[in-house]
Design a protein around this ligand. Structure first.
Ligand SMILES: Cc1cc2nc3c(=O)[nH]c(=O)nc-3n(C[C@H](O)[C@H](O)[C@H](O)COP(=O)(O)OP(=O)(O)OC[C@H]3O[C@@H](n4cnc5c(N)ncnc54)[C@H](O)[C@@H]3O)c2cc1C
Length: 52
């Protein structure tokens, strides 16, 4: 069994999750941040948003 440790785990790889992960890493570059997503990165609803 592979055991990994992180300081923060973000659930969801849509815009909200990715933005949160970036901000955490930006505030603390030493923080180990992981993102867990149910679907593949490019399958999140965020991919559909066209900015309207
Ligand atoms: C067809 C469509 C068109 C749109 N067009 C626009 C637009 O033009 N302009 C606009 O402003 N907004 C638009 N939206 C809305 C916009 O896409 C969403 O409001 C925004 O992307 C939500 O981002 P989010 O990160 O909260 O969620 P999402 O992008 O839905 O991401 C959710 C993430 O959580 C993960 N997840 C879910 N459940 C679990 C679980 N149990 N365990 C682990 N991971 C999980 C998913 O895998 C995914 O990675 C549109 C939405 C759709 C569906």
């Amino acid at each position: 069994m592979i055991v990994k440790q992180h300081d923060t785990i973000v659930l969801g790889a849509g815009l909200a999750g990715l933005r949160a992960a970036i901000e955490i890493a930006r505030k603390n570059s030493a923080a180990a941040v992981a993102i867990i997503s149910k679907v593949q990165l490019m399958r999140a609803h965020s991919v559909c948003a066209e900015g309207e």
